[in-house]
Design a protein around this ligand. Structure first.
Ligand code: FAD
Length: 367
């Protein structure tokens, strides 16, 4: 059963919630984490492209690129067992419609101190020179979300956090002695837990919880996304390819399925809406965009015609509006004036957890 009282309640059992629970528990704060689905890591922390960002993806946001660069080595060290960097990862610069040329990309990598070398002939020769200006080999791996989940849960457990699945946080409201009260439900059972701090780490559902709690919402952008999981063509085995920098695509190893992901800047999002839109789009499952992704990818790497679609991962991607201008990935760590002690967090990519944790530590663990 859940305690009635603790120092910190974390809502959301994805990568962020789990990391935060481990951090506060390790600092000696009694911590309870609530996850509403039957398992941890069932949502965005599983349904993504699994790229451990090394900075290369953000040539128009030097801040995001520099932070990713800094976090990359740390993440790789800390989650070594979950990382696959055994493949050759090629960044190919599109000849037409790219927002930057090959020379600019190389200069950008030099600026952020990201290793870059010419791609091997074995893969470069398979790219269509009419569509690709230049191809580079980069140092950027992918993660296995199952291993990440296991390691995160073990860390939270070892730190003494109480992590519970099936518990939905229904609302956050004023409690006794100026604390916060989190109302929860588990099937037909209802109860509450009081805490000094409540961390809303529900990613796509940040505003759902705030709205139910009758609190001011956070401006967000949502996308209904599809990551196709494919058997790669033989020519792509042992490689990952990312075509930059515009409406292009990427196919990387996806360790959980022993397959590859296929994503496309234009076709992965099926719908996009702002959190304050009066009528968000209906979110029934759409028919797959895999054929569109594949057809476009073939223009750059003809062998992609032999990729075989296995399944698609559907998820609501959530970004801050500030991302729109430069495609950067700012983080959110926001205290709510109308509910003192409640903090909403959003990390737009996995490695940004270190930046979120730094801000949260200053807020929660030093006061
Ligand atoms: C298509 C796509 C591709 C991406 N690609 C990458 C990539 O390649 N590399 C990268 O670093 N990042 C990527 N990301 C971003 C990354 O997935 C997220 O930054 C990260 O997973 C967010 O983790 P989280 O713990 O905040 O969210 P989640 O993993 O979604 O966890 C939130 C949890 O909160 C739970 N929850 C919601 N409401 C409640 C409630 N009321 N009570 C209790 N529990 C609740 C949910 O069930 C869920 O388990 C991608 C995201 C998407 C969607």
């Amino acid at each position: 059963m859940l305690p009635r009282d603790c120092d910190v309640v974390v809502i959301g059992g994805g990568f962020y919630g789990m990391r935060i629970a481990a951090m506060t528990a390790a600092a000696g704060r009694s911590t309870t984490l609530l996850e509403r689905t039957p398992r941890f890591f069932g949502r965005a922390s599983m349904n993504n492209q699994a790229r451990v960002h090394g900075g290369y993806h953000y040539p128009r946001s030097v801040l995001t690129a520099t932070r990713a660069r800094r976090n990359y080595a740390r993440f790789r060290r800390e989650f070594a067992a979950a990382i696959d960097d055994s493949f050759q990862h090629v960044y190919a610069i599109a000849r037409h419609q790219s927002k930057l040329g090959a020379r600019e990309f190389a200069e950008f990598c030099r600026r952020i101190d990201a290793p870059l070398s010419p791609a091997l002939r074995a893969i470069a020769d398979k790219l269509d020179p009419n569509s690709i200006e230049s191809a580079f080999l980069v140092e950027e791996g992918v993660f296995n979300a199952h291993h990440l989940a296991q390691q995160s849960l073990e860390s939270a457990d070892a730190a003494g956090a109480h992590c519970a699945v099936g518990f939905e946080a229904v609302a956050v409201e004023p409690g006794s002695h100026r604390r916060l009260r989190v109302q929860w439900r588990l099937d037909a059972n209802r109860g509450y837990i009081e805490a000094d701090w409540v961390v809303n780490a529900t990613y796509a559902s940040l505003n759902e919880l705030l709205a139910r709690s009758e609190l001011a919402q956070v401006p967000l952008i949502h996308e209904h996304t599809e990551v196709a999981v494919v058997v790669p063509p033989p020519a792509l085995r042992g490689y990952g390819v990312t075509v930059m920098d515009g409406p292009f695509w990427s196919s990387l190893p996806f360790p959980v399925f022993g397959a590859h992901s296929l994503t496309h800047v234009r076709y992965t999002p099926h719908a996009r809406w702002r959190s304050d839109d009066a009528t968000p789009p209906m979110l029934e499952t759409h028919s797959s965009h895999f054929p569109l992704m594949q057809r476009d990818a073939e223009r750059f790497l003809p062998a992609m015609r032999d990729a075989v679609h296995l399944l698609s991962l559907w998820e609501t991607k959530t970004l801050l509006p500030r991302s729109a201008g430069d495609d950067g990935r700012p983080i959110l760590v926001q205290q709510h004036d109308d509910a003192k002690g409640l903090v909403s967090v959003l990390g737009a990519k996995i490695d940004s957890t270190y930046d979120v944790e730094d801000e949260l530590r200053d807020l929660i663990l030093t006061t």
